[in-house]
Design a protein around this ligand. Structure first.
Ligand code: AMP
Ligand code: ZN
Length: 461
């Protein structure tokens, strides 16, 4: 079945035609490992994971590369401020290497908890200094870069077109429209490929221009070329990367070999919190850990992401997580009901569900639509193993462990005793005592749900 992706490069949905017939090559901009990854960062990682799973569902072999930025990403996405790794190292009284190792480890723990598959190649910037330097030299030899007293800059005026991803119109940019801190820069949009290290700079390497370190953008051009070649199929990242990082990546590749590296550029929108930006000052920066600490299965957050298309802004609220948690439980229960079912379901019904799910995921990863088909399957009136099998197949894309059976948790004896007393009190219509016992049980961390089968206990979230 045909697959369509919205390609930022051409601002339209396009039929996916990979370079090789049965293999898809992908490069994803990975984390800068200087702090904890937020649930916002994880939204972007869930996008590349969903892409992977959809391509696999369609039978593609994958070569997916993700970088780890452990040098060169300055505090502003332009060329200003301190290196984020060094700033964090100073604040935490550690070395940049210790910072990188610590936050890389935490990052991968989060990926695992979200069932995000590890790309075939994970590569660190600091392991590729030689490749980066070679590329800068090539760009320089081709006449696209120049040296100043502080850095090697890419000269955007040498390109036939700069700004094709974001549609910047260089001719109509007023001088000084962009904050321009380096008077030696020839054009406001020129950016640093390589930066000369001041004395005592923590991370620096020998180069033809003395002790220095890479700019942020060169790592992605150098590593994608090394592992995927000058041209590959898909490049992913967050929407914020379009106007600077990805624009500059394209410029570098064109300067080095004359080609735009990826054929399809896929960008994910931001996660908002309570309708606004996540920020430290608003104290609304959430980590996956915060969700887990409240007692939710981390895959609740994965399912929550499918409530919105990746190109739309997704608004995080705790109410949203609470209702998604109930949905996750219902999907898993629904799966178990089908697994234990013995009723008939016509093949046409299975084929129709499969077909509509497939169409939805292939239509620019329309997960909300795909999820509505999953619910139809779960709710199908006749319970059958055939539907359970279909749901397992869908879960290769969803990754929500739909076959995870509910844990029947051992309830503490003192809570069970209290429940017994409450049942007794209710039988005797002693409502006051019954309410008092309910509150006592609540204090011990359990909620009583009165169901048609009698009172049941549920652990407080
Ligand atoms: P940062 O470490 O904050 O620079 O973020 C790394 C990348 O994660 C960014 O370049 C974005 O692509 C992505 N990202 C950060 N915050 C969010 C968010 N709220 N929603 C979606 N993606 C985000
Ligand atoms: Zn990148």
């Amino acid at each position: 079945m045909d697959i369509f992706f919205y390609n930022t490069l051409h601002k339209q949905k396009e039929l996916f035609k990979p370079i090789k017939e049965s293999e898809a090559t992908i490069y994803s901009c990975g984390p800068t490992v200087y702090k904890d990854a937020t649930i916002g960062n994880m939204r972007t990682n869930l996008l590349s994971d969903t892409l992977r799973r959809i391509l696999k569902y369609n039978g593609y072999k994958l070569k997916h590369v993700m970088n780890i930025t452990d040098v060169g990403h300055l505090v502003s996405d332009g060329d200003e401020g301190e290196d984020k790794m060094i700033k964090s190292a100073k604040e935490e009284h550690k070395t940049p290497l210790e910072i990188a190792e610590h936050y890389t480890k935490l990052f991968f723990i989060d990926l695992e908890r979200l069932n995000i598959q590890t790309p075939e190649v994970v590569c660190k910037a600091t392991d590729h200094i030689k490749e980066m330097l070679d590329m800068v030299k090539k760009i320089m030899d081709n006449g696209y870069a120049y040296e100043t007293s502080t850095a090697i800059y890419f000269d955007v005026s040498k390109l036939d077109e700069y700004g094709i991803l974001s549609g910047i119109d260089l001719k109509n940019q007023k001088a000084g429209a962009r904050v321009d801190v380096d008077p030696e820069k020839r054009n406001p949009y020129d950016f640093a490929l390589w930066i000369k290290a001041p004395e005592n700079h923590l991370m620096k390497w020998d180069s033809p221009w003395g002790p220095s370190y890479p700019g942020w953008h060169i790592e992605c051009s150098a590593m994608s070329t090394k592992y995927l070649g000058e041209e590959f199929d898909i490049h992913t990242g967050g929407i914020d990367l379009v106007p600077t990082h990805h624009e500059n990546e394209i410029a570098q590749n064109k300067g080095a070999c004359g080609k735009i590296p990826a054929h399809y550029w896929i960008h994910g929108e931001y996660l908002l919190v309570n309708g606004g930006k996540m920020s430290k000052s608003l104290k609304n920066v959430y980590l996956l850990d915060d969700i887990i600490k409240k007692g939710y299965d981390p895959l609740t957050y994965r399912l929550f992401n499918f409530s919105c298309h990746y190109r739309g802004k997704l608004n995080f609220t705790w109410e949203g997580i609470e209702s998604t948690s109930a949905s996750l439980e219902r999907l898993r229960e629904g799966y178990q009901n089908h697994l234990n079912g013995t009723e008939e379901v016509p093949d046409e019904v299975i084929n129709d569900l499969e077909n509509r799910f497939h169409k939805a995921i292939n239509d620019d990863m329309n997960m909300p639509l795909a999820l509505s088909v999953v619910w139809e399957a779960v709710r199908y009136k006749n319970k059958s193993k055939k539907i359970a099998e279909l749901l397992k197949k869908f879960d290769t894309v969803l990754g929500i462990d739909i076959d995870k059976a509910k844990k029947t948790e051992e309830l503490p004896q003192d809570v069970l005793d209290l429940l017994e007393k409450r049942n007794e009190a209710r039988k005797n219509k002693n409502w006051e005592e019954s309410d008092r016992l309910r509150d006592e049980i609540l204090e011990k961390g359990y909620i009583i749900k009165d169901t048609k089968n009698g009172a049941e206990l549920q652990k407080k979230a």
